[in-house]
Design a protein around this ligand. Structure first.
Ligand code: GLP
Length: 263
């Protein structure tokens, strides 16, 4: 696993956006051979999306031949609901770049047939040739996508029930009203993410420090689903200084030293 430690939120966002652009351009995608990108929501990737839009406007990247798959969606929220992840993606990224609507994939939280929706999603990822680069964030309890603690590390796209701690954390997007937060979601599984050729996880702020400690220094465990990244051949965590607060000095020094001349 690579761990890139940057001084603050802005440098993490810039690094992540530039890395995505580097990967897309290096791949030289075409209509018949698109680049397949996995995408997250949450407050952490907001800066990265802003940077990506900026790079697109500066013509450093085109999304014409990029296919996207988002990680998750709340059950029961319509795409036009302001708290839905669909709405988040439209507002913060999709409407600003040249992604083709038919290349955008998001789980439909309004579906009546969850099982079909989830297996169709897995099938669509397979048909696209798999995900080249999956971007993600982490919850304070170490969840990736909505794979809450004790999710199977072999899990696939499915329905999940949110923990009280995630409902509380996400209530900030629902006027702080816990009762407005959907209790169930559709989410890609840990194994769906780990199938990607490369996985890049963003973690910023001191409230992610505990999750990062378990993800990087702890053993692989379903208690902290982020720790599955240790088994991935090309896993990267990009984080800011505050998020490293619970890592040992030795770990921080190791990654600072070994990554000092890398992209
Ligand atoms: C939600 C999302 C995750 C995200 C997490 C952290 O639970 N399903 O994908 O990583 O929130 O969000 P934030 O970046 O706002 O801390």
């Amino acid at each position: 696993m690579r761990v890139i430690i940057k001084p603050d939120y802005d440098t993490v966002s810039k690094w992540a956006a530039n890395y995505i652009v580097y990967r897309i351009n290096k791949f030289r995608p075409s209509a018949t051979r698109p680049f397949v990108l996995g995408l997250p929501t949450g407050s952490t990737p907001l800066g990265m999306y802003r940077e990506l839009i900026d790079l697109y406007q500066k013509r450093k990247v085109s999304f014409e031949n990029v296919v996207t798959f988002n990680m998750d969606e709340y059950i029961g929220l319509k795409p036009q609901d302001k708290q839905s992840y669909r709405y988040f993606m439209e507002e913060n990224f999709f409407k600003h770049v040249n992604l083709k609507p038919q290349n955008i994939h998001m789980l439909n939280g309004m579906t009546k047939d969850y099982e079909k929706e989830c297996s169709d999603y897995e099938k669509a990822i397979r048909q696209a040739g798999g995900i080249h680069l999956f971007i993600g964030g982490i919850g304070t309890d170490g969840h990736i996508a909505f794979n809450e603690p004790f999710s199977s590390l072999s899990s696939r796209t499915r329905v999940k029930t949110l923990t009280d701690s995630t409902i509380k954390a996400n209530s900030r997007f629902f006027d702080g009203d816990l009762s407005k937060v959907p209790t169930t979601v559709l989410t890609v599984g840990v194994a769906t993410i780990m199938d990607a050729a490369e996985v890049l996880i963003l973690a910023t702020g001191e409230n992610k420090a505990k999750a990062l400690k378990h993800g990087i220094e702890g053993g692989v465990s379903h208690v902290w689903t982020i720790s599955a990244l240790q088994m991935h051949p090309h896993g990267i965590i990009v984080c800011d200084k505050p998020a490293t607060k619970e890592l040992s000095e030795q770990t921080v020094n190791y990654f600072m030293e070994i990554e000092k001349n890398n992209f």
